[in-house]
Design a binder for this molecule. Structure first.
Ligand code: MIC
Ligand code: SF4
Length: 643
């Protein structure tokens, strides 16, 4: 039987296990990436591992999230990251250079390689045919220390594309269509592998938009083959020598198939507060729009900015609307400036922001109260924009541009003729803001620079046999890591200071959570399906652990958050019988005996309700060992101390 593309790459990187669906495997990681918001913690952990230099083929440290410098914290952290890169053999992308995923696709991602990134949108690299996976910072730190990465062998879904996108319908609408069909938990523990004649009509950056936002389906990753289009892209980035052809076999066997005829797609939009609430733009036409934001790692490529700029040419944005543009990289800006297209946006009234995540993660440009904000981003979770009362909608650059002009939601096909624009044959390559690794003899003399914001890592003890306490919070389905550990301009700079950041845990859901947790000496969280979807931020595990959370009991988990809970010694349990969720109330007293955890099941006593029920988990022996030790770092430290 033929092989899928995913299987081919995984097979070449397999360190442990068999490529059998649902079983545990370990793979070798060739490349890693971190960004500043998850990076400081990841490097503190890497330092604690006691390894003298990164063990990967290539590791890059980007700065793109915490770029709003309202005090010393963020710039201090940038210097810390720069000194870490110099000491341990990493590339360092300086602040202002751009968004990690856009930059990685442009400059580093390679067909056939594995990439692990401490950011959930790492799968953008699947746009050039790499297996690119998002993970918690500790897993990325471990990969930098030479550890393999463990995961469940995913099911492989073939997304088969035919046809060609009509004018004003673009890659964003393809991934919104996927989300419309399978929702935000439709691809948990699955890989979305794109094939079919339709892929030949999509450039690498368009493919990157699709693999990027595949994250919102819960997918482990998404991938396109490496073909002549990939070759052209890599050549245009002066990386033609890194191209290899990589395609699935003709008779590859997939677990599921989704067919999309690109000809039939129309502009789509995701309603608040979930990327899975997809409608057609037509259905929402006429709604007034207060803010339009173009950018983020999903839609900030040169192609995306060019289309928006050319639609805005000669126009002025509507009086009731603010337009922001955050380009993906300096390369994109360089082209836009050189071609003069940047001035179309400037003249139209766009507020041109830094090449960074910006408003996507609430780093400035928060919308006004109760605003309707149309964004080309990938997430519209409650409060993420920085304004809790705002309603964020996710759209393509085409739909964003026309809304900025009209001041209301408008089907971009009403624009008339698609403005003509040309893409360059060669990109303006200039890596002067990427600092290459220092040779080992120089690296050893580098001093690590630590600002006062960087606090020592908290240490956690091995788990006791019995966990008891009260249910501190009961939540619904699809709780995101933005609910658990919010981000934004005020909280993100606290990422290297766990005691401080823990004050904001579950803040958007229940402001008393922090104080209650400490008062009660910790306890339990009960949740529904897909608990922990969204960001890879391990702070959504570390900070609750710091507050004394002992176990999280839910109907099902999102992949990265589950791994993060284990990494920091919080027991992740699911109901054997989902109905038991209904018999729990906040404040109930629980007792869980975990001596039987090796069998895959444990029993829970709800003392308040006087009922017992069974819970299960899906952890491997290794995962269990890490959990019981109080976290993975303890074990890795022990291992490296032996050498
Ligand atoms: C996000 O889009 O939510 C983030 C901010 O990029 C996160 C990482 C983080 O929380 O630092 C992600 O996607 O993993
Ligand atoms: Fe940055 Fe937004 Fe992309 Fe996250 S989703 S990496 S915050 S641009």
């Amino acid at each position: 039987m033929g092989k899928t593309l995913t299987e081919k790459i995984l097979e070449q990187h397999l360190v442990e296990g068999q490529l059998e669906k649902g079983t545990d495997i370990a793979i070798k990681i060739d490349q890693t990436l971190t960004q500043d918001a998850t990076g400081t913690m990841a490097y503190l952990q890497f330092e604690a591992m006691g390894v003298s230099r990164v063990q990967t083929e290539l590791s890059v440290s980007y700065v793109d999230h915490n770029t709003l410098q309202t005090d010393f914290k963020n710039p201090d952290d940038h210097r810390y990251l720069q000194s870490i890169a110099a000491k341990y053999g990493l590339y360092f992308s300086r602040p202002g250079n751009g968004i990690c995923h856009q930059l990685h696709l442009e400059r580093f991602a390679r067909p056939g390689r594995t990439l692990l990134g401490s950011d959930s949108h790492t799968p953008t690299g699947g746009g050039v045919g790499s297996i690119a996976i998002g993970a918690g910072g500790l897993d990325v730190a471990a990969a930098m220390a030479g550890e393999s990465f463990r995961l469940k062998m995913p099911n492989i879904v073939n997304v088969y594309l035919t046809g060609k996108l009509p004018d004003f319908v673009s890659a964003k609408d393809v991934i919104l269509e996927v989300l419309r069909r399978i929702g935000v938990k439709g691809a948990v523990n699955k890989v979305l592998e794109y094939t079919g004649p339709g892929i030949k009509t999509l450039s690498v950056p368009e493919r990157g938009t699709i693999t990027n936002m595949g994250t919102e389906t819960g997918a482990t990753t998404s991938i396109f083959p490496s073909d002549e289009i990939t070759k052209e892209f890599l050549e245009a980035q002066e990386r033609g020598d890194q191209w290899i052809q990589l395609e699935p076999d003709n008779d590859a066997l997939y677990d599921e198939k989704i067919e999309i005829n690109l000809n039939e797609l129309e502009p789509l939009i995701a309603e608040p507060h979930s990327p899975g609430k997809v409608k057609t733009v037509r259905e929402l036409e006429g709604m007034n729009v207060d803010q339009v934001c173009i950018g983020s790692c999903t839609n900030s490529s040169l192609r995306d900015l060019k289309i928006a700029a050319n639609m805005l040419k000669g126009k002025t944005i509507a009086l009731n609307t603010v337009l922001t543009v955050s380009p993906g990289s300096r390369q994109v800006v360089d082209h836009m400036v050189e071609s003069g297209e940047m001035s179309y946006m400037v003249k139209a009234g766009a507020r041109i922001l830094e090449n960074a995540c910006g408003p996507c993660i609430g780093m400035g440009l928060a919308p006004k109260s109760n605003a309707v904000s149309l964004r080309t981003f990938n997430r519209n979770f409650l409060g993420r924009s920085g304004t809790k009362s705002a309603n964020a909608y996710l759209v393509s650059p085409e739909t964003a541009a026309i809304a900025a002009i009209e001041g209301k939601i408008t089907d971009p096909r009403k624009f008339g003729t698609l403005p003509k624009f040309t893409m360059p044959k060669k990109f303006l390559v200039n890596d002067n803001m990427i600092v290459p690794p220092l040779p080992p003899e120089k690296a050893k003399d580098v001093e690590i620079v630590r600002g006062p914001n960087i606090k020592p890592l908290p240490e956690f003890n091995p788990l006791p046999n019995k966990l008891d306490g009260e249910v501190l919070l009961k939540v619904e389905d699809d709780i995101t890591t933005d609910h658990i550990m919010p981000a934004g301009a005020k909280i993100l700079p606290l990422r290297s200071n766990i005691p401080e950041i823990s004050k904001f845990v579950f803040n958007v859901v229940d402001e008393s959570f922090h104080d209650r947790s400490l008062e009660k000496g910790g306890g339990f969280i009960v949740g529904g399906d897909n608990y922990g979807q969204g960001s890879s931020r391990e702070h959504a595990a570390i900070a609750p652990k710091y507050l004394g959370i002992k176990a999280v009991i839910v109907k099902s988990f999102a992949r990265i958050h589950l791994a993060n809970l284990v990494n920091f010694g919080i027991v992740p349990l699911t109901f054997v019988n989902k109905e038991d969720y209904n018999n729990i109330e906040q404040g109930d007293q629980f007792e869980i005996d975990i001596t039987t955890i090796k069998s895959g099941k444990v029993s829970l006593k709800n003392i308040t309700k006087n009922v017992d029920f069974e819970l299960k988990h899906s952890l491997s022996d290794q995962g269990l060992e890490e959990l019981m030790a109080g976290g993975k770092l303890t074990l890795i430290k022990q291992k490296h101390a032996q050498f």
